[in-house]
Design a protein around this ligand. Sequence first.
Ligand code: FAD
Ligand code: UDP
Length: 401
Amino acid sequence: HLDRAVHARLMPAQPVNIPVPPVLRGAKKHDVTICGAGFAGSVLARQFAEVSGKRVLLVDKRNHIGGNAYDCLDEAGILIHRYGPHIFHTNSDEVFSWLGRFTEWRPYEHRVLARVGDKSVPMPINRTTLNALYGLDMQTEAEAEAFLARKAQPVRDIRTSRDVVVNAIGAELYETFFQGYTRKQWGLDPSQLDKSVTARVPTRTNTDDRYFTDRHQAMPKEGYTRMFERMLDHPGIDIALGTDFHDLDAADRGRQLVYTGPIDAYFGHRFGTLPYRSLRFRHETLDEARFQPVGVVNFPAEDVPYTRITEYKYLTGQTHARTSISYEYPSAEGDPYYPIPCPENQALFRRYDALAAAEPDVIFAGRLGSYRYYNMDQVVGQALAIHRRLTARQPAAGVLA
Ligand code: FAD
Ligand code: UDP
């Protein structure tokens, strides 16, 4: 059960604009200034403060910590993820145990169903999916493998998100599960996106219906925000919310900067804007204890405007007489959530990356700063590695002295 008192204060009834604290005013008090209190910025804040003994100023233009992983109680007292479902999974023992210093874990294996016509079938596609869709009764992996081999349409040079799926399972299953969803999610046809995007979702010949197969699959027991609160609770860390990094006076910035916002914004978009995909969330609370049979239901059909519905109680384990869900409507406008992996965008990113390389006192990190479609654990791993590299390079002097 969640502690209402803890979460009540995490959920301002109205967005609040927390004023820049006086500590910022030309104080030159901080060694390191970090833009963005998501995973990238918060992990680095903790490492700089705790391991390197630095005085850190962490700023975020939002009125809360946690970045896109932020969770809070809604008006019904149900813990929701304001920026869409965040399910933690990793194969990294280091990342899992590092975060474990700031939270207990609740084991959670995520399951997803895809709505196809009037059927709801497991996604990723597995033997159950194939049997349900084609009215078959395949009992073995060998049968399912042979079935998929007959469906597959080999592509010689696999480059795009269409190639990788059609090559593995053929055009029919590709169109049913991937084409519409991807067009909605990214505003692009899968043939315009790098193969890495749809390659995130495997196809299985067994009946494993878990979305992930990582060694560690668990949710922070009291939520992500509580985990971030503990991570940032260190005497060396000052936090300024409702504060845009770009509004800080030069004198307010430490010598070392960490930037986890969009890399093109740091450089004033001088080569043009780097595309990021956004989402609009429709959050609802229903007068029933359960809405759908699993945490997430995907809607691959192109004529349904949203991509998926999440029911948060599956993710959080909360018991409540009512239930809260969210619909995701992909959008070109809004907060930047996803870098869009394709060759043109990568080429533009490389131009910004070259500018970044010329600024050794600025570290660019995280999903937006690195323009990489990272999961949470990868962002944590990247942040730990960055700090480790800096420490190894300058053990006693310079930036980390
Ligand atoms: P962010 O969390 O985006 O944090 C960046 C912060 O910088 C933001 O808080 C922003 O306000 C702040 N900022 C930007 N510019 C400025 C500025 N100028 N001044 C001050 N502050 C600024 N990952 C998983 O592992 N599992 C999942 O299930 C999963 N689901 C996801 C679902 C959705 C809908 C989305 C969008 C992402 C999902 N992710 C998931 C990915 C996960 O959100 C990211 O990997 C992770 O949160 C990125 O952390 P970050 O610190 O790089 O960026
Ligand atoms: N995808 C799809 N159909 C699905 C699920 C995923 O076409 O039912 C594609 C889509 O392009 C999506 C990508 O695979 O963006 C990666 O899916 P994932 O679930 O990893 O996306 P995320 O949770 O990061 O939004």
